[in-house]
Write a protein that binds this ligand. Structure first.
Ligand SMILES: O=C(O)CCC(=O)C(=O)O
Ligand SMILES: [Fe+2]
Length: 282
């Protein structure tokens, strides 16, 4: 793999490897630790620019570099993975927005010293292959590719950011159209989405989700990787599921940046496909 210091070569190599089917890249010891926090942030931003157009994480502050660090949150707040230290089940990022970013990177400032906080990764094409091996899996794939699933937006990323802001985005889990994510998935946003859109919680959708869960638990290869300090993980957010094991060390700290291939993502994140008020009314 290329030296991270040569950003043009990094871009070319990542693009070429992506064409060959690679969807995650890990760079150990990228040597950003000796820089001040300010300069390190600038360098992470430069790396993200070499790979795409960095997007603001939240609609209010519009931060491009997001701290992945457990924090204290008010009761009733729908916390997202970057805000707590529990296990983050396999998911894609911003599956709750109409147009999830093509890539994201995670830079490890400080890994958890408790042995937890390991990254887990799983290729979405392998999930499809395993599903298609059985008749019921093939049926599930069809439903997962056509049914509109409601993904609820975590509180912090809603327009108002208050506990009674309830917004959902409707989309299939698999999508083979170009520009669209081949997979979008996150179990907890989906469960919370079903609570506000019970009309979309059909028996067929439930059964397809059960089969998908069985495949994820028993049939696909899941890579477990402990990202050490000063390492960088780059993922294709349209083709891989990622997650993290739980951790206890409150000092664990990562920086995340998401990048889109498109300077103006097709659908604005400020206009979710379907948006609901707290009382469930559109
Ligand atoms: O903490 C991690 O390693 C990953 C967090 C994550 O997946 C997220 O913030 O979306
Ligand atoms: Fe994530």
């Amino acid at each position: 793999m290329s030296e991270i210091s040569d950003l043009k070569v990094l871009n070319q190599n990542v693009k070429a490897l992506r064409k060959e089917g690679y969807c995650a890249f890990i760079f150990d010891e990228i040597e950003l630790q000796s820089f001040s926090e300010r300069d390190r942030s600038k360098l992470i931003y430069a790396i993200s620019l070499a790979l795409g157009y960095p997007t603001p994480t939240d609609p209010r502050q519009g931060k491009l570099l997001w701290d992945v660090k457990a924090r204290e949150l008010p009761p009733g707040y729908f916390a997202t993975f970057s805000e707590h230290s529990d296990r983050a089940e396999l998911h894609t990022d911003t599956q709750y927005y109409p147009q999830p970013e093509d890539y994201f990177l995670l830079y490890t400032i400080r890994s958890a010293r408790c042995g937890g906080g390991k990254s887990i990764l799983c290729n979405a094409y392998e999930i499809k292959e395993r599903l298609l091996e059985t008749a019921e899996g093939a049926e599930a794939f069809k439903i997962l590719s056509t049914h509109l699933f409601p993904f609820r937006i975590p509180t912090t990323f809603t327009q108002k950011g208050t506990v009674n802001s309830i917004e959902t985005t409707l989309a299939p889990i698999f999508n083979e159209q170009s520009e669209q994510p081949f997979i979008r998935f996150r179990y907890d946003t989906l469960e919370k989405g079903f609570k506000v859109r019970p009309d979309l919680e059909t028996p067929e959708a439930r059964q397809a989700l059960r089969i998908l869960d069985h495949v994820l638990e028993n049939k696909v290869n899941v890579l477990n990787y402990y990202l050490s300090d000063d390492s960088l993980l780059l993922c294709d957010n349209h083709r891989i599921l990622h997650g993290r094991t739980s951790y206890l060390d409150s000092q664990r700290h990562l920086i995340r940046v998401r990048m889109s291939n498109n300077p103006n993502p097709v659908t604005s994140r400020h206009q979710p496909v379907a948006s609901m008020a707290a009382n469930g009314q559109p």
